[in-house]
Ligand binder design. Structure first.
Ligand SMILES: *[C@@H]1O[C@H](CO)[C@@H](O)[C@H](O)[C@H]1NC(C)=O
Length: 578
């Protein structure tokens, strides 16, 4: 009854119905009949269960149709609310009785209407009865059907541009079937709630990242009770989730909480991963919400503390042309409290003073397909004013310098041609590079130079007749996070092409190898040997129907952007005192 990939089972329907009824205003006698009948069905269905003692009290999980025991909705922290809603998470509740771990619909407040319109970010959610709550810091634990203990632990961080997503929006039940790992997923605060950053006592910034650290601390305290090994924790995520786990590597307060990292399509050095100027962003957003007194920090803070969450989530920032996000992690200002990030990730990586753990690090070949829905709206704007489309983490001494560099960038991708249907492949490459690909090349290079000799770098290129066409072409490609979809569960996998089924088997094998050994192709494996990356992006694995070890990760493009960033890099700053 806890399988989220099949159609709603009767008990599932009943759970949904219960929620609906609980929250509906009108109470009628027939609804009470449905409630009672459904409660009976749910109780009768929950026959196979396990009770685990965690430091908050006993929790009871149930066997799902896929055979694994799942614990849903365990609170791992308490969300501060009201005027404290931007502060770090509080300790979780404790209980005397047994906690029924069955609530799988709690999500953090977000613009749920965006889910349906951003399919390449987030799976359709029509089967769910989502339950946004301000107190949303819950975790789900998926335990394989085995008596073995000390299993490797994998923690999933969802993507969604730091604005969308929830714990079980994608799942990895197929990885569980190996019976060799335990999986954890969870919610972290989103949008303003998680990422407004004013550098004040009440809005210090990075609440969402501190939620992530609180979850990793909860795993350290409790995962052994479920059969997991707290000394063998892999953190992984896609898109903003990848950016999150990549940032966790540089966070001083996350040191020692994990042992391997798999960021999929989202490096910490991308323009969107860290706010360039968080106070400027906070002012800009307040103005969009019709608040004018933005230069008075006290008034600005009061505005954010008192504005309704609905209003904060009425805005969307996924389509900013400069590859930035207005709500994202930030460098914090020291206020005597614990900070998630106290310096730019680039400087921390360069210093070599961070968790140099093994990484499985990479991107998809056609990441920029992510921006195809914008093409019609953007192509003319790009021809009129390309400046608006260069990454926000560049800075220039003068307008003339800016215009010259803009031209240099446009020429590199489009020559002297205007952006049009004819060179749409270049459009795809441009946004792939600026959003996800170059940041990955740059971070890998800096880490190698700083002494991390266990980075397994890859480019994922698989596409088949089920993949989308790039509009105006006869080409299909591996889009943003295509590798994530290859590893994770898809609905009706039995209907996939034979090629893609084989691809998923291969990807899951590589990922499980890495999770268990720190190497995607361990000693003695029949797969193509895969050494770690050294300088110049070599070697890296090109992953398609075959594994091909190649030289020079996106080499000419990485060199081009290295030249640009050497001269014009704009470092992110912490909030400054007003
Ligand atoms: C490295 O970072 C830690 C904090 O995580 C700090 O205590 C230590 O002094 C730093 N070491 C160096 C050599 O900078």
């Amino acid at each position: 009854m806890y399988n989220i990939h099949t159609k709603l089972s009767v008990p599932q329907f009943c759970i949904n119905m219960l929620y609906y009824l609980l929250f509906s205003v009108i109470e009628m006698w027939w609804q009470m009949v449905v409630v009672c009948a459904c409660a009976g069905i749910i109780l009768a269905d929950q026959t196979d269960w396990r009770i685990v003692n965690i430091d908050q009290g006993p929790v009871k999980g149930y066997r799902a149709p896929h055979g694994n025991i799942v614990f849903y909705g365990i609170p791992f922290a308490t969300t501060p609310t009201g005027p404290n809603k931007f502060k770090p998470p509080l300790p979780p509740p404790t209980w005397n009785g047994t906690f029924e771990a069955i609530e799988k619909f709690v999500i953090c407040p977000q613009q749920t209407s965006l889910h349906v319109s951003s399919e390449n970010l987030i799976r359709e959610t029509k089967d769910f009865f989502l339950n946004p709550q301000e107190d949303c810091l819950i975790t789900n634990v998926y335990v394989p059907d085995t008596e073995e203990t000390n299993l490797s632990v994998v923690v999933y961080f969802y993507g969604g541009a730091y604005q969308l997503g929830y714990s079980n929006i994608k799942t990895a039940i197929h990885l569980l079937n190996s019976k060799e790992i335990i999986i954890v997923d969870f919610n972290y605060r989103l949008g303003a709630h998680g990422f407004l950053c004013l550098g004040t006592e009440d809005i210090p910034g990075n609440a969402g990242m501190k939620d992530q650290v609180a979850l990793l601390r909860w795993v350290q305290r409790n995962i052994a009770s479920f059969g997991g090994n707290p000394n063998d924790v892999t953190i992984t995520g896609w898109s903003a989730g990848a950016s999150s786990v990549d940032l966790l590597m540089t966070s001083r307060i996350a040191k020692g909480l994990f042992h391997k990292v798999i960021p999929e399509s989202g490096p910490s050095l991308s323009a969107f991963s860290v706010q360039i100027d968080p106070v400027a962003n906070a002012k800009a957003i307040a103005k969009m919400l019709d608040f004018e007194d933005v230069d008075n920090i006290q008034a600005l803070e009061d505005f954010y503390k008192n504005v309704e969450l609905e209003k904060l989530y009425s805005l969307s920032f996924i389509n900013d042309s400069d590859s930035g996000l207005l709500f994202a992690p930030c460098i914090e200002r020291y206020l005597g409290q614990e900070m998630f990030l106290d310096e730019s990730p680039e400087n921390i990586l360069k210093s070599g003073n961070y968790s140099k753990v093994p990484m499985l690090y990479g991107i998809s070949e056609m990441e920029g397909m992510f921006r195809l829905p914008n093409f019609e709206g953007w192509k003319n704007l790009m021809n009129e004013n390309f400046t608006e489309f260069i990454p926000c983490n560049l800075k220039f001494k003068s307008e003339e310098e800016r215009d010259n560099v803009t031209l240099e960038i446009k020429r590199f991708y489009f020559g002297d041609e205007p952006v049009s249907e004819k060179n749409i492949m270049q459009y795809v490459q441009y946004f792939g590079d600026t959003l996800f690909i170059y940041g990955t090349a740059r971070a890998a290079k800096i880490q190698v130079e700083a002494g991390n000799d266990q980075i397994y770098l890859y480019e994922y290129g698989y596409a088949d007749e089920n993949s989308d066409y790039i509009i105006h072409t006869q080409t299909r490609g591996a889009t943003h996070c295509a590798q994530t979809n290859a590893v994770l569960d898809l609905e009706n996998e039995e209907n996939l092409s034979d090629d893609y089924k084989k691809m998923k088997v291969l990807m899951r094998q590589l990922w499980i190898n890495f999770i268990k050994t720190g190497r995607p192709v361990p000693e003695g494996s029949p797969l193509t040997p895969w050494p770690p990356v050294g300088k110049n992006g070599s070697p890296f694995m090109f992953i398609d129907r075959e594994l091909t070890l190649k030289e020079g990760f996106v080499q000419d493009r990485a060199l081009f952007w290295d030249g640009i960033y050497e001269k014009y890099y704009r470092e992110p700053i912490a909030p400054y005192p007003f």
